[in-house]
Write a new protein. Sequence first.
Lengths: 521, 363
Amino acid sequence: MSEATTTPLLSLRKVTKRYPALIANDQIDLDVMSGSIHAVLGENGAGKSTLMKLIYGVIEADDGEFYWEGERVDLRNTATARRLGIGMVFQHFSLFETLSVVENISMTIPGNRKELAKRVLELGETFHLEVDPQASVHSLSVGERQRVEIIRCLLQDLKLLILDEPTSVLPPQHVRSLFDALRKLQSKGVSILYISHKLEEIRELCDTATILRGGKVTGAVNPNEKTARELATLMIGRNIPQIEARPHQRDTDEPVLRITKLSAQNPDPFGTHLTDIDLSVFGGEIVGIAGVSGNGQQELARIISGEDLSHNLPVSTIEMLNEPVASLNATERRKLGFSFVPEERLGRGAVPPMKLAQNSLLTAYDKGMLNRGFIRKDQVNDYTSKCIEDFDVRCSGTQASANSLSGGNLQKFIVGRELMLKPKLIFLSQPTWGVDIGAAVAIRQHLLNLRDEGIAILVISEELEELFEICDRLHVIRNGTLSPSLITADVTPDDIGEYMIGTAGAPGDAPQNEPEFANAH
Amino acid sequence: MHIKFERRIEYSKKVLLAVPVITIGLSILVSSILLTILGKSVPLTMYSFFIAPFENFYSITEIFLKFGPLLLIAQALAVGFRAKVWNIGAEGQMIMGAVAASAVPVYLVESTSIFLLPAMLALGALGGMGWAAIAAFLRTRFNANEILVTLMLTSIALQILYYLLLGPWKDPMGFNFPQSVMFQDEALFTPLFQGTRLNTSIIIPILFTIAVWIFMEKRFGGFKLEVGGLAPNAATYAGFSAKGAVWSSLLLAGFAAGLAGMSEVAGPIAQLQRSITSGYGYSAIIVAYLGALHPLGIIFAAFFLAVIQIGGDVALVSADVPISAVHVFQGLLLVFYLATYTFVNYRLRIHRPGVLQSAKVSS
């Protein structure tokens, strides 16, 4: 680890950013030393991303001062930031799918393409960021796309690299090679600002951690000297609640959800096609679908939920509660005892400007809320207030609009609304995405309790930890195909990671360095 | 210093009420400037626009005569606009309603049956709905944009009207004027007051307004339409049919516009001729927005626009302003409405970076 006792590379003093409803960053002080891998740790909504956007000049601070190598600077646009030597890789990559790697790079970096391609190869070799400069971006894996983004930053005389949740999109094996590359960068004197909410990663990689909570700095520590538990306490301000899970046996002999040989072409030329998906979920078990995002999860979710009926699947491809449902729409499937929590809350699971009461009506109207097509306000309000109470939704009441709630509270409301429908089969996509730890634990505990009552539960998640915590069985989705069913208790996260990158053949295979497709089919 | 629009988290009901007031105020201000440039008397014009229409009983009944079709069409359009179905071709649907209704008296010239008027009502509604259905079909089947389709269908409807008036439906005794026979009394609504043109058809928009209000506020069907407009993905998630929303919005507008067209030919005009719509189909769009797409607001907005249309006629004579003054004023209303409404959802923030500005980039 490099020591820098002199002037910090970047210093922030009392930087503040206000939004109409909240103060996203409240008098933030931050010092990044050169050659340091500096973590910015915090829950969703703690203000990490806002702070990084301020540093990169995407948005402007309302107050406060920035110093670069000791000199006062005005970071008012990204061009200024780049000129200073700041690069940033966003959570959502900004690459054109139809263009090649080098074409993408030449959009922002001057120079002829042959020259650039050569430098891409050189940098790739130096920093363990190998990528084929002539490959089309749409053919690259997520890990490779991330390398392209990092190389693009390196091409501009980089001094500080900002990475926003870089591992949230990577399988465990690729995380390791990313860390190798970052350490290599560090050894060449590049500082790294590493945003994450994953404690173990930060303890492994970073030498300094600044912890944010509610827009304020709550600590600046050496993460190696703290336990994950101590870091978590700084991050959420209290102890992490624990989940109570008991082993449980299936309750039904027949699957409650059975999908047989589901294949669906995606009309989007760069979308994922689903091929030969077989999946069953029994009563009293939680089945999880793991996978790197963009491998067909969204397509599969829309088909299972009945939102996408465009594929004209044979009607018995999907069976719910022993009924063939592939031709039924979302309403008809719900009537059979199915309910669904989509990954997008605002605009899909809930109508943003509508009141919570009206949002109850969205899917629960069949629970006595209508009288010959007339809305029964009392019933709607009763259902809503019960949901608010039972699921601990923090809001101003049944008349609060959906977009006035925090992500976690809205998710609790949506999950509650769907669970109160008393489904026999419930399907959740990314149930705790962007939800604070307390709410996430509450949602997971609810799911486990329901499982114990005999409900069949299907969960799609990108958080492996979450799946291992609650699922009885796991599948991995990759490139639109589903892995065989794996008993959670018998596999490790690394095994799942092999399925994610496609190196899993027979169980127990050592992970290969470069993914070679050897999946079971 | 730079200026930014920031999204408001919440807004009060007062702001919503302020929008039409500010809109009207700004429109009056700008038209006053335009009138001054034209060398017309502003006080006289304003008097003609806003006061003169109320000076005698006849012109008050004329206000209500205009109020009816504006209200009827605007209420239906507002339902569609709330569902984000952009039907701007109510004009064409109105023409086709008038044409379909006129078929009855044109072909049954001699009839004095009491069923003439009911048959015309039914055909008028069906004519408008049929015309709107073309747009609904093209939108749901081929995803053809309803803004373009309804607008183009209006041009086609006009050509159909002209063809009928110049050809098969031309009054043989009409000195070659492009108009149909005058309709018999049994094919006309009864005047409410002797010597005025205001007739019993005024009941239709009033009943329709009540029905729309109940539909949007109390019925699940109205809720579904609104969800479809506010969050299409939530509607799909809930299982509400997006096609259903397009069909019901357009058919409702066709129904209302068709009835409005029928009310014109079976009312003040009493025959089919080239200028049956008086631009109601377009003015109703402004009415719907000026009324904040709310059934109650639309009543006031329809009345206001009816007043300025009558006032425009007065001003034409008394203040010597051009006939287009009314259209300019209507246009100003819409522009200022849209501009003002932006401030309901956004607030303007003038940003002064203060101390940060003095620091210079060093690199």
